[in-house]
Write a protein that binds this ligand. Sequence first.
Ligand code: CA
Ligand code: CA
Length: 588
Amino acid sequence: MNRFLSAASAAVLAFGLAGGALAGVTEEDLLNDANTPGDILTNGMGRDLQRYSPLETLNKDNVKNLVPAWAFSLGGEKQRGQETQPLVHDGIMYVTGSYSRLYAIDMTNGKEIWQYDARLPEGILPCCDVINRGGAIYGDNIYFGTLDARIVALDLKTGDVKWNKKIANYKEGYSYTAAPLIVNGLVITGNSGGEFGIVGEVQARDAETGEMVWTRPVIEGHMGTLNGEDSTMTGTLNATWPGDMWKTGGGATWLGGSYDADTNTLVFGTGNPAPWNSHLRNAGTPVEGNTGDNLYAASRLGIDPATGEIKWHFQTTPREGWDFDGVNEVVAFTDKDGNKRFATADRNGFFYVLNREDGAFVNATPFVSDITWAKGIDETGRPIYVEEARPGNPLEAEKGEMVFSVPSFLGGKNWMPMAHSQKTGLFYVPSNEWGMDIWNEPISYKKGAAYLGAGFTIKPIFESHIGSLKAIQPETGEIKWDFQNEAPLWGGVMTTAGGLVFFGTPEGEFIALDDETGEKLWSFQTGSGIVGQPVTFEMDGEQYVTIVSGWGGAVPLWGGEVAKKVNYLNQGGTVWTFKLPKQLAMAN
Ligand code: CA
Ligand code: CA
């Protein structure tokens, strides 16, 4: 750790007097975030999104002594899903809340320093609750996105707005919920709205001014920009899409991205192609050479951070037809043999390992039971489809043949981030075991209206549980242990060098497991369901753990029969911060 700290200090000395650069948090600080436990500047506790802390003060023996230090209510009547990851800098915790709110909290006592409420217009169209997943810190600013598809820069100390820019038009179905990503002085954002026939895009802005530097739409045929001028077309027009379907082709980049500093690559996932009814996107025989794969929807894209050019792509579900968005986070790691890899657990139920240099496929294994739509993944990374498990083609004005599909459209894993332990080498993946009845219907595009062409009902597949936190060995795909939970898991996971895996449940429990066995070592009832992302940090020599509690998100809105099972859960909005008292740190 000292090596990183001294490198960062040297960089500050070397660049501290350079003109034009923002003061405060630097690119070096962001680069080293995972190794500096006194602050949390980035989503994912490091831009490779490992969610791994080197802290070991809190360990398997003493975690039973973890107690609340303070709690903070987000207040108001706006108690909807709280999916945020707190940030920590210079004695202040920054927490985003439902309805595009942001709070600065004194870390020593939980008192509010300032609060920012975005003034949201009537008619916003968030698909899956009014959530926000966190901010990003750089210079003297904190950046976060709002439900009306805007990105805001605020002064860290005062909450004053530095700039406020439009990502896209909310009236067309665009919104924004992900944590922004900051690389080399650029604020990099995706967009939400894949259920409204929008076009997924990645945008990079100057962090100081908010001026656009480049844009990269992710559906073939659309033109990118660099410094205000056309740059290159994404893909090749009509190579994998029929007719004009690419113009409203979906691929929302709604979960944001990661950054692999070793290969200087942004990695963004792309959502479902639009509409859901895949038969409308099938190239068919008239278009020679058109594969009908619908690039680059349901894919992971490696992007050059300086220009926005696509360096590589890996498509998890070609001609996707189940709403298996390909947005899930891509985590850079080094495997047991020293290979530089990416791992990603897709909504389609398969856990993929890719090569970090070029995104090339390495291996894939199922991480949920009873997958119906594919027999497996072939050696090129392409699914081996079970064609009769694809929802049928609706004939004119009629419902197509219904199929029962596993996973459900909410995924073997949805947005909730997994964690990777550098200590055990395992990935801790929050998964759900459920299925759905799904059928296709005719649909035509109408601006600002839902664009699905499908109907569905989610159903449990096991009596005992839906949620299943799994420890996965990335080299083999072997599931070392799993921890089952009655309700679906919808919050993030974090792991520590102290040998602990933290996560929360919709039933309200905040839990620490043994990283090697999955044994429950500690839990605390937070009073509302947890769909947030835990973090840990060090302050004055003591280790702290924070989670935001507040039930909501997509499950109560879209969960069909499962939603009925969880509708007794209370809403909320509370930041819980725990610590191990000094005198108990050595106790067993
Ligand atoms: Ca840090
Ligand atoms: Ca979707």
